[in-house]
Design a binder for this molecule. Structure first.
Ligand SMILES: [Zn+2]
Length: 250
């Protein structure tokens, strides 16, 4: 795209942003890479290198359960040290201006919570690493309580309420997305007047259906993602830029 073209698109985006009253953000791994969180699905990412532990294996196989916790313990070191970046703060600013109706994310890093967005506005489609929950009774504790001083040689954490298995509150392979979260995301997509996709390639279903639903229900759709997406042709604004680059132009 020519330089003047992109400036024109940025201006048009700005004026739509000003007019919008109910914006919903939709974020994927690309928004967090600047915070040092790797894109797990990309080549060389964790899921490329390691065989995933399926939920069924977590429940039935002690060795797999330990392996799962060892990986989560490694990951927690990165996650607890990570801070929100300009991309997260852009959405936080919309929230401060009273324009953000909700935020749907595919990420499990908790950086939107850390940016100061109200927890009840966030739909964590794939769960969150900020909490650890009992898979039997649902008893939940903040992750730092569990990981602080965790020694897996003593065994994996169990629920202090019912003795059941504790697991970071993310959706594992072989585990269904929570229907309450899907319903909330669906409602947000249907009721917003603008959806802004940041850092998602929109290829993972059903998460990626929400931008389509928003568009079909009359919302403007903006996509800010480095690579092409299947929805580029139907979007009102498409910026194939890194988030921070886009925000510099804005
Ligand atoms: Zn329990």
């Amino acid at each position: 795209m020519e330089h003047t073209d992109i400036n024109k698109s940025i201006d048009a985006f700005k004026s739509s942003l000003d007019k919008s009253k109910k914006i919903v953000g939709f974020t994927g791994a690309g928004i967090s890479t600047e915070s040092g969180i790797p894109d797990y699905r990309s080549k060389g990412g964790i899921w490329d290198k390691f065989q995933p532990v399926y939920f069924e294996e977590f429940v039935s196989d002690e060795k797999k359960r330990l392996l799962y916790w060892q990986r989560k313990q490694e990951l927690w070191k990165d996650l607890s040290a990570a801070s929100p970046n300009t991309g997260h703060m852009f959405l936080k600013r919309l929230y401060d201006e009273g324009k953000l109706a909700g935020l749907i994310t595919q990420n499990i890093d908790g950086l939107h919570e850390k940016s100061g967005l109200a927890k009840e506005l966030i739909v964590n489609l794939h769960g969150t690493n900020l909490e650890v929950a009992c898979i039997d009774c649902g008893f939940t504790v903040p992750s730092e309580e569990v990981f602080e001083g965790l020694d897996l040689e003593d065994g994996v954490p169990v629920c202090r309420e019912c003795g059941g298995l504790m697991k970071p509150a993310t959706i594992s392979f072989g585990q269904q997305l929570r229907s309450a979260d899907l319903d909330r995301a669906n409602d947000l997509a249907r009721s917003c007047d603008m959806m802004i996709v940041v850092g998602s390639t929109l290829v993972v279903q059903p998460a990626s259906s929400f931008p389509s639903i928003a568009k079909e229900n009359g919302a403007l759709l903006a996509i800010i993602t480095l690579s092409e997406t299947p929805l580029d042709c139907s979007a009102d604004f498409v910026f194939h830029l890194k988030v921070e680059e886009f925000l510099r132009l804005l």
